[in-house]
Design a protein around this ligand. Structure first.
Ligand code: NAP
Length: 485
């Protein structure tokens, strides 16, 4: 028996496009709902100067869609967006996407074993299976600084870049020193009259090599995709991913020591002024916050136009930023590189599962999902890059592909008529969470720093085991952990 299922995919970013391609390949009936007018998710939304994917370009592709056209080892954000647009055309899924279609509600009907999906327009549709691919970092977090609204110049969050704001020859303030803030410093240092970088916590900077691919190299990649595979599955990338996850899970081991030594040596060798060097020296463990991979930050931050301000901000005034020591920075433009609310996921859409259980109630303590993909009480609801999944310095495309392989095997249970609804048992999920939380506290993310990796209780909200464990876990769901009805 092969039951014909109706699928809703929420979001046309990297994970939603993946789901669409996989469903199309199986001849499934599906619709992708995208709230905006374009595909791309985070790569559509983020357009700030300096945006670069810090995963090597050839490793930041779907395994089934290698791409010979990358211009450089680390691709710009615009190029990554172009890759996804190319894939959507190549795999013919563009017409399966409904744009301007924001999902605002999902309600499970136990009797019918289906989801009713409501759009912002009020329109409603029924689906057997929901694939939630709505992304993680898409709700900008504005800093809680007095007077923020009083600033009279241009002021915006990095994910809402204002192209009309004065930058060239202007006095720009940049609050935040995460992956985003660091990349913006590298792009703006040579353009502005003055860049004040408000740095609450310094960053560990891992030096990496940026280089262009020549026309001859691109010809060679086109002629032989084995050359691409050698990069993305070779020791330099995949080996590094494995060493990285080993390092962050064995925080007193030699691999983590090597990470710290390389970064400290980078600081030592790259920054000349001893005062600036100390300002840039982190006082927490490397990789506790997301490690910054950069080939140009230390050069840029030493540009005479850049001032690293490590004092505390007292308040924002109409013409600039006042520090607690009285210093005043007069600014034309204020850029807020202050990150995202990482605990929202599909919310604010309301999701109601069995017996009226809402996602808000289920996630009251912390967002969680069984192995980051399924939720007890929410049948036939599957998340890609959901809560407690792997995070770190590696490709989330690889993570989503492996999660898809796991999810697809659960959907087979429905396809084959073994049940009309599948979800993890409460007991299996509770056991997973208990083991995960215990392990997460011992990872480098729990070693004592502030970061978006931590939940409201300060517990790392991430996958706490090695990459190999992830690969093995994703290879086959344990059906005994699931309620199939
Ligand atoms: P983030 O890592 O959360 O960094 C936010 C920054 O804002 C931190 O430096 C934080 O300081 C600072 N901040 C927040 N509130 C502040 C306040 N009131 N006063 C002063 N400083 C304040 O955000 P993000 O840089 O946007 O990066 C988020 C994630 O996006 C990254 O970790 C990464 O996963 C992803 N990303 C990836 C790439 C890529 O190349 N693949 C590029 C950009 C972003 P504290 O550290 O002191 O809290």
């Amino acid at each position: 028996m092969d039951r014909k299922l109706r699928f809703a995919v929420i979001g046309a970013g990297m994970a939603g496009i993946l789901a669409a391609i996989k469903l199309k390949a199986r001849g499934e009936t599906f619709t992708v709902f995208e709230k905006t007018d374009r595909i791309g998710g985070t790569w559509r939304e983020n357009r700030y100067p300096g945006l670069t994917c810090d995963v090597p370009s050839h490793a930041y592709t779907y395994t089934f869609a290698p791409y010979a056209e990358w211009r450089a080892n680390y691709a710009t954000g615009a190029e990554v967006q172009g890759y996804f647009e190319h894939v959507v055309e190549t795999y013919g899924v563009h017409d399966d996407i409904r744009f301007h279609s924001e999902v605002t509600g999902l309600v499970w009907d136990e009797a019918q074993a289906h989801w009713t999906l409501t759009l912002a327009s009020g329109e409603a549709h029924v689906f057997d299976v929901v694939i939630c691919a709505s992304g993680v970092l898409h709700h900008p977090r504005l800093p809680d600084i007095a007077g923020l609204d009083s600033f009279a110049g241009a002021k915006f969050h990095t994910a809402r870049w204002d192209d009309s704001a004065p930058i060239d020859g202007a006095r720009v303030g940049l609050v935040g020193c995460g992956s985003t803030g660091v990349q913006i410093v590298t792009a703006l240092a040579s353009r502005v009259k003055k860049l004040v970088h408000f740095q609450r916590s310094p960053q560990w900077i891992m030096p990496v090599q940026q280089f262009a691919f020549s026309d001859e190299q691109r010809d060679a990649f086109r002629a032989d995709t084995g050359l691409i595979d050698a990069i993305r599955f070779g020791d330099e990338y995949l080996g590094n991913v494995k060493r990285f996850t080993d390092a962050i899970t064995h925080i007193d081991g030699p691999l983590m020591k090597a990470v710290e030594d390389i970064c400290l040596q980078n600081l030592e060798n790259s920054v000349r002024d001893p005062v600036l060097k100390e300002k840039l020296r982190p006082d927490y463990r490397a990789a506790c916050k997301r490690l910054i991979y950069s080939w140009s930050f230390y050069d840029a931050v030493q540009n005479p136009s850049v001032e690293v301000e490590t004092g505390r901000i007292e308040r924002i005034e109409p013409t600039g930023v006042r520090m607690t020591d009285g210093t005043f920075h007069e600014l034309d433009t204020l850029v807020l590189a202050t990150g995202f609310h990482a605990d929202r996921f599909i919310r604010p859409a309301g999701v109601t599962g069995q017996n009226g259980l809402t996602l808000d109630a289920f996630w009251a303590r912390r967002p969680t999902a069984h192995y980051a993909m399924t939720l007890p009480g929410f049948p036939n609801f599957f998340m890609l890059n959901g809560p407690t999944g792997p995070v770190g310095n590696f490709s989330l495309i690889d993570i989503a592909e492996r999660q898809w392989d796991y999810i697809d095997q659960l959907i087979d249970v429905l396809r084959q008529g073994e049940g009309r609804a599948v979800m993890p048992t409460t007991t299996a999920h509770a056991d997973y969470e208990e083991r995960r939380i215990a392990a997460a506290k011992t990872t480098i993310f729990g070693s004592g720093c502030s970061s978006w990796y931590l939940d409201a209780e300060g517990v790392p909200a991430s996958w706490p085991w090695s990459y190999d464990t992830f690969v093995e876990t994703m290879s086959k769901p344990k059906l005994e952990e699931f309620a199939i009805a």
